[in-house]
Design a protein around this ligand. Structure first.
Ligand code: NI
Length: 319
């Protein structure tokens, strides 16, 4: 409409109307060709950079994929990792077993006595000795259940990730390891909730098993556990490994208490656990030599659930 507009319009259109390939003698046309060539080079460069970035990204994801599949292979066949991560079926079966036991009792201290299952359990981790415990279990292809303290995730979350990846079961051992019976209902709830949230954030299934620190609990604890769909898991065999009584004593106590359905208490953190680590190969070997089958707690509950009608235990810490 305005002359200015027309001028701009003409200027915009001019390249398209120029006979670009006609003559090399005309300077404006040479300039135009140069410009077009530069644009083509620029477009080619942008495309090349895009291809390189895409290739690097694909190589990165392929590398991650091959790393994880390599560790899975190690898990399936290597000496260091036991079983591949549990299938959704295994997790679902375990969850159903816990739910069906929770329907008739808020706690277990051992399974039934009809089978040959025995469950190794470890409290207070993750900690500096957890990798050693995991390696000992993995070398023996022994499943286990870990009752984990939430705040330790700030420092040792790699071990929890390894437990999740390698198919160990993770239970709730509170956020801060307090004596629950000393806490008000709200604080007990927070101790349970915060730990469960951490495990979910770490990529694990939400815990449905709980072990009370110091064996301390009261009626409020049972109410909170019920609200959160958590089954209290006590134990039938205490190895006393936290007192570092010596490798032979730990092995002897684990074996003496072993019977069908036994739940054996050990610790992977809370102090020096080198005796526990050293005892594990022998504990596993001798349990198997006696015909026991090592399982996680959900597996124990699925295979041979505890009897109904057990009296509620009182707090084990004297509270
Ligand atoms: Ni503890």
């Amino acid at each position: 409409m305005s002359p200015r507009w027309n001028w701009d319009f003409e200027d915009e259109r001019r390249p398209a109307r120029l006979p670009v390939r006609s003559s090399l003698k005309k300077a404006p046309q040479i300039a135009r060709r140069t410009l077009i060539r530069r644009r083509r080079i620029a477009v080619a460069l942008v495309f090349a950079v895009f291809v390189i970035v895409l290739a690097v990204a694909l190589a990165g994801s392929h590398h991650q994929g091959s790393t994880s599949s390599a560790s899975t292979r190690t898990g399936a066949h290597g000496a260091l990792t036991p079983a591949p991560a549990p299938s959704a079926d295994t997790l679902e079966r375990g969850r159903k077993a816990v739910s069906s036991v929770l329907a008739y009792t808020p706690f277990v201290k051992q399974g039934g006595n009809r089978g040959h299952d025995v469950a190794l359990t470890f409290d207070d981790g993750p900690g500096p000795y957890t990798p050693g415990v995991l390696s000992a279990l993995e070398q023996a292809h022994a499943p286990a259940t870990f009752f984990v303290i939430g705040t330790e995730e700030r420092y040792f979350s790699a071990s929890t990730a390894r437990e999740i990846r390698d198919g160990f079961v993770i239970g709730n051992h509170t956020e801060n390891h307090p004596e629950m019976a000393r806490l008000a209902a709200h604080d007990q709830h927070e101790e349970l909730f915060d730990q469960s949230a951490r495990i979910e954030l770490a990529g694990g299934p939400r815990p449905d098993l709980f072990r009370p620190p110091y064996g301390s609990f009261n009626a409020t604890t049972f109410r909170e556990l019920r609200n959160m769909h958590l089954l209290m898991v006590l134990w039938s065999v205490d190895t006393g490994d936290y007192e570092q009584p010596g490798v032979a004593v730990i092995v002897r106590r684990a074996l003496e208490g072993a019977k069908p359905g036994a739940i054996i208490l050990m610790h992977d953190a809370g102090g020096n656990r080198s005796q526990t680590i050293a005892a594990l190969p022998e504990v596993v070997r001798q349990l198997r030599a006696r015909g026991f089958h090592l399982v996680t707690i959900p597996q124990l509950l699925a295979d041979d659930p505890p009897p109904a009608g057990q009296p509620l235990p009182t707090s084990l810490s004297g509270d």
